[in-house]
Design a protein around this ligand. Sequence first.
Ligand SMILES: O=C(O)C[C@H](O)C(=O)O
Ligand code: SF4
Length: 515
Amino acid sequence: MNIEKFQESMYKLIVETSTKLPRDVRRAIKTAKERESAGTRSAMSLATITNNIKMADDNVSPICQDTGLPTFKIKTPVGANQLVMKEAIKNAIAQATKDGKLRPNSVDSLTGENSGDNLGGGTPVIKFEQWEKDYIDARLILKGGGCENKNIQYSLPCELDGLGRAGRDLDGIRKCIMHSVYQAQGQGCSAGFIGVGIGGDRSSGYDLAKEQLFRSVEDVNPNEDLHKLEEYVMNHANELGIGTMGFGGETTLLGCKVGVMNRIPASFFVSVAYNCWAFRRLGVAVNPETGEINEWMYQEGENIDFGATEAEKETAAAAETKSEVITLQAPITEDQIRSLKVGDVVQINGRMYTGRDAIHHHLMEHDAPVDLNGQVIYHCGPVMLKDGEGNWHVKAAGPTTSIREEPYQGDIMKKFGIRAVIGKGGMGPKTLAALKEHGGVYLNAIGGAAQYYADCIKAVEGVDLMEFGIPEAMWHLKVEGFTAVVTMDSHGNSLHADVDKSSLEKLAMFKERVF
Ligand SMILES: O=C(O)C[C@H](O)C(=O)O
Ligand code: SF4
């Protein structure tokens, strides 16, 4: 095999997967968009999402800054050398990271050190299998951390919130799947896709669930029972009203694929792999001699490019609503913050600081490297590239899931006088209480819209705590027109708590036996 060519092919697969959503996924997003009524928060969010998809196409830059744990599934003809292929894949991964197509995402679990090139113990994941065919089938999925954290595994029988007892039968499985969509809320950047694995043990069950994510969104399950189940879930999950980013709305789920395998008598697992709307998975057929790509997968059918005309219309629509947008510029006063309420749309100009897991942990016991009084913290781990002159450039910069900072956020805001935090998916009761006491606000940005937000960042004015690695450092960003929605205010209101409550009530409508 021509190994240089194979490496080049793998590089192309990585770049394409990170920057261009497959056609089946685009069609699902388009359908969702058509279902939302104009002017709603969900419609606005979907417009941002489709603009972002278009920008990633045009810039050949990551759709979302979290390029996940690259996972390759490769089928090779008998006799193909898997060891050299593995090396070539690793080289391609390192190159794509250097070129800003992947975020350095491989972190030592004990020391917290980021390897910087996506290589390290267990990363990337490369799974080989032999087959009788005469070509290499190489597939890649880039599944980010926020949706990965919303995966869930049920052990039947069990009791489920809203749904009651789930037994060891098809109806129990149905309940688990409905519950899995509910428990994800908007935190996995809904609307999402789910892969479900029935049976196996804890690890093979999850593998089977993830395997389903490699199916086309539009295929038909050959197993009649599972086909019925998939259809049921697709018809009813959207009735939960969780909507895009958990803002409420018509579309909560974009795809549901279920697979089954045998189990052992004592165990009955239902494993669910949740994938965000930024469903990045592609595949190629490779010639085992030349190493060249013969064919791209998931590319049949109509291609939706979310192109100019639509994008222009949306920009125009956004411009019309501009009068209702509240402008914020740090330092922000307590009075300004207390005048904001859930549902307000704000636009931020000026400075903001990124801070996520490592920073919040650090700030509990240390001073801040900058004066954070009246400032804005952005839960974000960007993709950054340094140019020849040593200046940093933002390549992708959407929000990360905020709930992980729940144990720290309120205390950090009070300790440093921070007035606003931006993230996605919302925060819990502890933060809500702190917002009320201290005079703070939580702003929800659109998860995955990494190109859209990168475009709002006009300069990188500094960085602290680089020892935490690129995604976890504190970046000083100068932004213009950074738009977000107030979803938790200083008066005790939380859109996230409201949507959680109403979707739990709706979940209970699916309590009765169906299968
Ligand atoms: O790590 C990130 O940038 C985001 C993550 O994928 C998330 O959804 O929270
Ligand atoms: S930020 Fe959202 S879109 Fe991006 S990887 Fe995480 S869950 Fe997916």
